[in-house]
Design a protein around this ligand. Sequence first.
Ligand SMILES: Cc1ncc(COP(=O)(O)O)c(C=O)c1O
Length: 377
Amino acid sequence: MTDPQDDRLPHEDLGASWRKARPRPAGRHLDSAACSRQSHRALEAAAHHARHEAELGGYVAEAASDDLLQQGRSVIGGLAGMAAADVAFVESAQAALIALLTGWRLPAGSRVACLPGEYAPNIAQLRTYGLRPEPLPVDGLGRADVAGVERLLAADPPSFVHLTHIPSHRGLLQPAAEIAALCRAAGVPLVLDAAQSMGHADTDLGADVVYGTSRKWLAGPRGVGVLCVRPALAAQLTPVLPEPEGVPPMRAFESGEAHVAGRVGLVVAVGEHLAAGPHLVRERLGAIGRATRELLDGVGGWRVMEPVDEPTATTTLAPPEGVDVVGTRTRLLTEHGIVVSAIGPERAPGEMTGPVLRVSPHLDATIDDLEALAAAL
Ligand SMILES: Cc1ncc(COP(=O)(O)O)c(C=O)c1O
């Protein structure tokens, strides 16, 4: 067994405190791109709120948590470079995109530039709203070609650019800051899908919209998402029902009936993320990604899809000829207690040519976990 203090992974104190702060995993959990593990404090805060609902009544408990939720909007807004008034709690990243498109009411046929490897459910939502997805130029890996994007914005600007910051099917970090600057200069709004990047990468990059989800890298509860919209764009949105006078307009996009306990849990989880130091979190996650790729590339014929140095914790592996990815995922879970995901090409049909095995460890991962996965593969 390798010493978990291995110097390939920096900030081991962060890994140790993240591990200690939550329940012991039943096996080796390397699946935060699907759903991370909550801390005791986040779990207890949500349970405490649910208990309050039983004691005080759901709406009285919700009113009592108003200040905490407002602090939460403030810190979540901070992750996106926005303010509390720009933030709405929703139910998931998909719910955030739906709320945005519902409010935006763009004319049918409006063109939206997005990556060829866009998350298929996002493309489906754009189409549902009558919008026309068109491909952004990319390199051979699927990374946006910044000079090509600049040319596209100058020649034939779309209604908006939708950029998935880190895709679901590949641990690639898109050049979102560069694209945000180009969009700003061209007067084209940038919508950033930060479902895989909030808590994982810097999301304060100048996008007009940043939306994401609680359960992945922020390690909050399931069933909660966030939609952050800058005031100039928020002013162009028409919610189904307006909010009463005196309440920030973005609040109209929060559903009246909601898992408030989950929102409370997310606020605690975001507080823990900030306390850990987001830049330190990013350094350790990037190092975990690198170690994962170094340890796994070529093992048993599996091939790493990302550049070894990509600053993310997500690694995807293409299988050797004839090996079933779904079966491998099941075998890893049942025979080795290792939790990873099998991602089929339907996830991003514009880019994927076959299934991949996705490995996405959070801060608590050790070299021993990664070596165990390599041995099992
Ligand atoms: C890149 C990306 N966008 C959006 C989503 C949707 O998130 P949610 O399940 O919270 O709606 C996911 C979920 O896996 C994702 O990976």
